[in-house]
Write a protein of this length. Structure first.
Length: 376
């Protein structure tokens, strides 16, 4: 027991040392392409160079925007790594070269970018994590639509599937988040003036993505995300006179693929808002055993549990015939403050409501002051 306590103390101290050595992480976030994230990063780069900071560009994408491209002058760049893929020569950020050069600050654009096959990491946000762990500070940029937990909500707004995404935990790890904000009219004016895309792409963009009502919704989401980050930062850094009950969420899912995805993503957003730990619980009954459940349902369940892990959840898979009793027990053991479930089908709901166990669950929740949230 004493040896375990010593080992735990040593690990805690090492974690503190590693954290202090880690680079600082700043993210510029925007509601869409063209708001000026890259432009602002390059402006900041010039300001840092002027005061003697050792800064380099690790990767930048100006999209041939004249005003942005002009700001590259005078900023040292780390040469990109060339990779041959399917007969073509492609370029990626050279992570190892950045770590070897070890500047104080590095600019890394397009945080949600997917790396070419054969790269050390599949995603650029993973490259950034490596650079930060090496003690180099990073300034990066991303659009709000690339945030994993907002994926389906953004697709509903824009009608466009977003394939490149970053886990919410990446933004949560940022030391500073800056929202580059424009009104819908200002953004559309920039588009019409050719400051975002070339002439051939302007009309299709105006007819599709760049519509005022869509921009307003995306703008609201970006502003909320930055507000959530600020609130989390205040909660962590500002001492509280009264200790509040720490929030802990538990999402309860079944093999229903669509409902499970919604529950996981919405619970992830709640946990992100409160900067709290969260759990995804799947209770497996005997009728859902490996040899009884359809293969497509097995595959969807595995994918959803993987999604939960990527979003930062603790995943629990428990075998038990009594689902409601298991939920109540796990909630008590894990000190859960809020249980999140999906809206069941009407017939199933009527059956559950008539059971004594469900009433027992509600009474148990009430005693522990645990909230029950039914997600639509």
């Amino acid at each position: 027991m004493e040896a375990d306590e010593k080992a735990g103390s040593v690990k805690k101290f090492l974690d503190l040392v590693k954290k202090s050595r880690r680079g600082k992480f700043k993210v510029y976030i925007g509601m869409s392409a063209g708001v000026g994230k890259t432009y602002r990063m390059l402006q900041e780069a010039h300001a840092l160079l002027k005061i003697g900071i050792d800064l380099k560009i690790g990767y930048i994408e100006t999209h041939n925007r004249a005003e942005t491209h002009a700001l590259l002058a005078g900023i040292p760049q780390v040469p990109r790594r060339k990779i041959f893929y399917k007969g073509k020569e492609l370029e990626e950020m050279d992570v190892q070269a950045i770590i070897n050069l070890h500047p104080e600050v590095v600019i890394v654009d397009e945080l949600a970018h997917t790396n070419v096959e054969g790269s050390k990491n599949g995603k650029r946000w993973q490259d950034v994590a490596d650079i930060l762990d090496a003690g180099v500070s990073v300034i990066s940029a991303v659009n709000i639509q690339h945030l994993e937990s907002m994926n389906e909500e953004i697709e509903t707004i824009t009608g466009i599937p977003i394939t490149e995404r970053i886990p919410d935990k990446i933004l949560e790890s940022a030391d500073e988040i800056v929202n580059i904000d424009l009104t819908a009219d200002e953004l559309i004016d920039r588009l019409r003036e050719g400051k975002i895309y070339d002439q051939s792409k302007i009309k299709p963009a105006l007819d599709n993505f760049f519509q005022p009502e869509r921009i307003l919704q995306l703008r609201e989401l970006a502003l909320k995300e930055v507000a959530h980050h600020l609130e989390r930062k205040i909660n962590v850094e500002v001492p509280k006179q009264i200790k509040l009950r720490p929030e802990k969420f538990m999402a309860c899912i079944s093999t229903n693929n669509d409902t499970a995805k919604i529950i996981i993503r919405k619970t992830a957003r709640l946990a992100s808002y409160y900067r709290s730990p969260w759990i995804v619980l799947y209770v497996q009954r005997s009728q859902e055993g490996g040899d009884r459940i359809r293969l497509d349902l097995q595959r969807h369940l595995i994918n959803n549990l993987k999604l939960a892990t990527e979003l930062g959840a603790e995943v629990l898979k428990v075998k038990n015939e009594d689902v409601t009793e298991t939920i109540s027990r796990i909630a008590a053991e894990k000190e859960v403050t809020t249980i999140c479930i999906g809206k069941p089908h009407l017939k199933l709901w009527q059956v559950i409501m008539r059971t004594a166990i469900f009433n027992k669950l509600l009474k148990s929740i009430a005693k522990t002051e645990t909230d029950l949230v039914i997600l639509s």
